[in-house]
Structures are given as C-alpha cells and as structure tokens.
Design a protein around this ligand. Structure first.
Ligand code: HEM
Length: 182
C-alpha cells in the first residue's frame, strides 16, 4: 500500500524515512570528513560537491515528505504506548522534521551566500535566493554544524528508542516502519 492507513505506514513513507536515515548519517560522516581535507587531497573538490548535491536533493524530498504527511497523516499510536510515550514520540518526530529543514536550508545558504547557484551533480542548478550579507557564509557554516550535531544526536536517541520498543517492549513500532501493514 502506498498510503498510510490507521494501522501502519505505507511504503512511500517507509521508503522516504529510510532514505533520510541513510542520507542524514551519510552526509554527517561526509561533512565531518571533508572539513579536515587538505587542498592536495583527491577528495578536496568532490566531497563537498557530493555533500551539497545530496543536500539540495533532500530539500526537495523533505518538502515532498511534509506535503505527503499533511495529506496522509501518520497511523494511530499503538495502544501499548502510555500517553506520555505518545506525546514524547510526536514531539520527537516534529523536532526531527524541524531540525532537518533548518539544517538543510542553512546548508543551502553556505555556498549561495555570495550569490552563486549550487550545481546538483551537474544535472541542474539551484539559484541563490537570499540577499548577500557580509560574513553570512561563516555564520551559516557555524549554525549548520551545530544543527547537524543536534540532528544526529536526536536521531540516535530516536533509533535507540525504536530498538527498545522492538527488543524490550516487543511491540510493532519498528516493524511497522519496516514493512506496510497488509
Ligand atoms: C537520521 C536518522 C533518522 C531520522 C531523521 C528519522 C526521522 C523520523 C521521523 C521524522 C519519523 C516520524 C514519521 C512520521 O510519522 O511522519 C520517524 C519514525 C520512525 N523511525 Fe525514524 N528516523 C531516523 C532513523 C531511524 C532509525 C535508525 C530507526 C530504527 C532503528 C528509526 C525508526 C523509526 C520508527 C520505528 C518510526 C515510527 C515510530 C512510530 O510509529 O511512532 N528511525 N523517524
């Protein structure tokens, strides 16, 4: 089933969820690696190009994800969850979405701060939309790094919570994010 039902997630939500999980951890690792590269390293040019290109694609994907979520609400919380757990997971998910959006948009500001467009794997360009302000790239760089750390820490806690549901509580929380309800 492509759409979510009241019982479980549809395959499109599941697919996008795992694309983001992979992309967030992958881009974080690449980001930490690339800022340490010296000018003579063979990845000095390509690593940031890949990081920026994937980041730009994720901006479009998160916009689609949020529209999809708006028209296709999440399934009902499992009845085994306490009301505190239901609220905590709802707010953790909202927090994840918010931090993803801010991290991606601030990331976009870094290469476009001087008015240059960003190329996405040479396929197409995303123009610079914000006005140029002195020192903006540096400030955006700092914020991007802090937000990325916050996102990864929150995602790890979120992943651990999912594993706790699966292995300790033995409920269907993780299973329903792995395959659609039949
Ligand atoms: C960077 C990594 C990740 C991000 C950004 C992320 C983000 C999210 C978001 C935003 C939701 C809410 C979906 C919705 O209802 O719209 C969600 C749900 C979920 N995620 Fe993740 N996630 C990540 C990694 C993981 C990992 C590693 C696991 C498992 C080990 C996991 C397991 C789950 C499960 C089971 C749900 C469904 C929870 C429920 O139905 O209440 N996630 N995730």
């Amino acid at each position: 089933m492509i759409k979510n039902s009241s019982k479980g997630y549809g395959w499109l939500t599941i697919l996008i969820h795992w694309i983001f999980a992979l992309a967030v951890f992958g881009l974080f690792g690449l980001g930490v690696y690339m800022v340490e590269l010296s000018y003579y390293d063979p990845w000095y040019h390509d690593a940031p190009e890949i990081h920026k290109s994937i980041g730009m694609i994720l901006i479009f994907l998160i916009a689609f994800r949020l529209i999809w979520r708006w028209f296709n609400p999440r399934p009902e919380a499992l009845s085994s969850l306490s009301s505190m757990e239901k609220h905590a997971s709802e707010w953790a998910h909202r927090g994840l979405y918010l931090i993803i959006v801010v991290t991606l948009l601030v990331g976009y500001v870094i290469p476009t701060a001087e008015g240059r467009a960003v190329s996405v794997f040479g396929w197409f360009e995303v123009p610079a939309l914000f006005p140029t302000i002195d020192g903006m790239a540096d400030i955006a760089g700092e914020i991007h790094e802090w937000m990325a750390w916050t996102l990864v820490i929150l995602a790890v806690v979120h992943g651990l919570a999912a594993l706790k549901h699966h292995f300790i509580d033995k409920d269907k929380t993780l299973v329903r994010m792995l395959r659609p309800e039949k």
